[in-house]
Design a protein around this ligand. Structure first.
Ligand SMILES: Cc1ncc(COP(=O)(O)O)c(C=O)c1O
Length: 294
């Protein structure tokens, strides 16, 4: 059982200061809470160093800008704060969660006089986002009834809290039916991604992944594309219809939390799983890469 996130020891960086974890609070009246007026990041430190820390900070600022939040710190200050916090918490391997949100100085949808808060928390009990045994056996996914919205209906390039409600609802749908996760299609019916991770398909030397034109182009996704290309695999980004998935042998998810996680099945469709597969090789290579980078 995971220890409650609200009641832990340690420190949280909040608005420029280190605050005791238990005292890092926001008032119940806040635009962030009521209207999901917030953006966040998800990062991982390996051997004491955050993988692609600067890229994550850049995306954090980009997300904030897209939804109109001006973060009252520089990218360098956020990078320093992340590193200092990890040291202060005595972690080497941990998950890192920066968050920026509109507070409660004013209420309603107007943002003209909103106050902006920024916090960073780190924790080390997401060593595996999915259970180790599920990662080994591969995940069972079910197609979600919820679709990734069109680019002009949601800020898809922002890691904004608001749109995550369809991920939460899709995940809840999957778990209520006994699956590990959901596959989300997009507003056109194309395969899009998991609830918190991008998706790839493998057939021999060919690797296909959906075009990120209405969902997050994950930093892990970009890393895996580069890694596989360097290894001589042919990567194609394309629109994939659900009935095309049967022509692939393997499938996997990528994300900071999920890292590389194999998929055993999507609805009634089964994929190959096991140590001999390209997916398992990528998992080993990715682990080497993130640990070697540090
Ligand atoms: C909806 C969604 N898609 C994709 C990703 C993968 O992004 P990244 O690899 O940058 O963590 C995430 C995780 O942050 C996510 O929440």
């Amino acid at each position: 059982m995971t220890k409650s996130f609200e009641n832990r020891d340690g420190w949280i960086w909040m608005n420029g200061n280190f605050i005791e974890w238990k005292n890092a609070k926001s008032h119940i009246i806040s635009q962030g809470l009521h209207y999901a007026s917030a953006v966040f990041e998800g990062e991982r430190a390996y051997r004491g160093k955050i993988f692609k820390s600067k890229e994550h900070t850049k995306r954090f600022f980009k997300s904030a800008k897209i939804i109109g939040i001006k973060i009252p710190f520089s990218e360098e200050q956020i990078n320093e704060a992340k590193d200092s916090l990890i040291k202060k918490m005595n972690y080497t391997d941990c998950y890192v969660r920066p968050l920026a949100w509109r507070g409660g100085k004013i209420m309603g949808l107007s943002t003209t006089n909103s106050d902006i808060n920024v916090a960073i928390a780190v924790w080390d009990d997401w060593a595996s986002y999915f259970k180790i045994e599920d990662r080994k056996a591969g995940l069972r996914l079910i197609t979600s009834p919820w679709k990734r919205p069109a680019p002009n209906t949601a800020p898809y390039e922002a890691k904004a809290s608001g749109p995550y409600i369809i991920c939460t609802m899709s995940k809840e749908f999957a778990e209520s039916k006994g699956f590990h996760d959901a596959l989300m299609l997009d507003y056109r019916g194309y395969v899009a991604e998991g609830t918190g991770a991008n998706i790839f398909f493998i057939k021999d030397n060919d690797i296909h992944t959906p075009i990120p034109d209405c969902f997050l182009n994950g930093i892990t996704r970009q890393t895996v594309i580069e890694m596989a290309t360097n290894q001589g695999f042919k990567i194609t980004e394309r629109h994939i219809m659900p009935d095309e998935m049967k022509k692939y042998d393997e499938a996997f998810l990528t994300g900071t939390a999920a890292e590389i996680t194999p998929i055993r099945s999507i609805d009634d469709l089964n994929f190959t799983i096991g140590d001999h597969t390209t997916t398992f090789k990528f998992m080993r290579d990715f682990s080497d890469l993130v640990n070697r980078s540090n």
